[in-house]
Design a binder for this molecule. Sequence first.
Ligand code: PLP
Length: 392
Amino acid sequence: MEELGLSVDALDKELRALLQKDINFDSGTILGSMCTRPHNLAIDIFTRYIEKNIGDPGLVSSTVELEKEVIAMLSSLLSLKNGFGYVVTGGTEANILALWTARKIAKSSSSIKEVIVPDSAHFSFDKAGDLLGLRIKRIPLTSTLQVDLEKVKKAITPRTIALVGVAGTTSLGIVDPIKELSDIALVHNLYLHIDAAFGGYVLPFFKDLGFPSPQFSFRLKGISSVTIDPHKMGMAVIPSGCILYRTEDLARKVSPTVSYLSGGENAHATIVGTRSGASVLAVWSLLKHLGKAGYRTIIRRCMEITFALAEEIKSIEDVELVIDPVINVLGITSRVFSIIDIAHKLREKDWAIALFPNHIRIVIMPHVYPEHIAHFIDDLKKVLDELREQKK
Ligand SMILES: Cc1ncc(COP(=O)(O)O)c(C=O)c1O
C-alpha cells in the first residue's frame, strides 16, 4: 500500500486496465458458466441496499421478514407450503449446511458416518465431507447417467446418515431418479438432500412449457432439504444461494445463539456470519417482478436455443452429444479427436467453455443469444478442420 492514495479518476483508469483480461457475460463468448449477467433490477436493488448485514438480524428486521418471503416463494415453487431456510452464498454453502444438518440429527452411533452421493454430484460434497468428517461414498451412474439405484441400496450400511440426489447435474444437467431416492430414504429413515442448485430455477417451469418434467419437489415426502441457487438461473447477483428445509426444526439444527450482536441476541444458522442483506432483497425483488411468467419466458428461450444447438451438433461430423439435453446444459464429445485438443483450440479462439474429462459443457444461460451460438458453431467447424489437417 502506498502512502498517498490515488484519485478516483486515476484509480478507475488503473482498475480498468488491470481488469482487461476478465471476460464479461456480454462478450458473447461465455458458454461454459452456470452464472450469468444479473438482471438489471437485481443490480439496482443490490447496489441500493449494499450496506445491509443480515448476519446481524436485529438491525435489519424488515430484511429478515423479506428473507422469509423469499424462502416461502421458493418453497412454494418446489411444492412446499411452509418451508424454512436461508439465503446463503451459493450452492456450496447450501450443500455443506445440508450435510451438517444431517450429521446433527444422525442416529448412527458409528464413529464413521457416511453420505451416499451420485458420482455426478458437485465437488462441494467432497468439501463438505472433508470439513464435517463425513465419508462421501460416490455411487456409479447408469447408462442414462443417473445414479444407479440398486448400487445406492447396496451401499447403505448402519454408518449411512444421508442420501443425496441431484436435479440438474453440474456436468450435463441430468436429473437423478428423485422419487425412487425419496422412497429409499423413507424406507431406511435417512436424510435426503436434493442438490437443485442449477435445476431448481429451471425444472419447476417445464410442465407449463410442455417439456418432460421429472419429479424432484418436496411433494416427495422423503426429501429433507433442497439447494436452489438464485445466482445461477435465477439471474440474481453473486452471492445468492438458498437452502430450503422441510421443517423449522431442521432449519434450526445448526444455529448457535449469539449474544453480542448490535441488534440483540440471535441464532445463526448459516456458515458465514456477516451476510449480504442486499442479496436477499435482490432475490426477493426478482421473484416479485418476474413472477412465474417472467421466469418461464427466460427458461423457454434458453431451452429453445439449447435444442437448436443440440440439432446443430448432431449434424456436425466427428463430434456428438454425450446425451440429449434434459435442461439447458449440453455435453459435446468426440470419438475421433481428443476433447482436450478441441477445447484448447476453442479456448485459443476466446471461447470460455467448461472442460470435463470426456466432454465440453455448454450452458445456455440468459446471456447467450442465437448469434453467439452461430459464431461458436463456425469456430467449432474450423477447429475440427484444423485437427483433420493435423491428422493428415
Ligand atoms: C449442481 C451444483 N451444485 C452446487 C454447485 C456449487 O454452487 P456454487 O458455485 O454457487 O457454490 C454447483 C455449481 O456449479 C452445481 O452445479
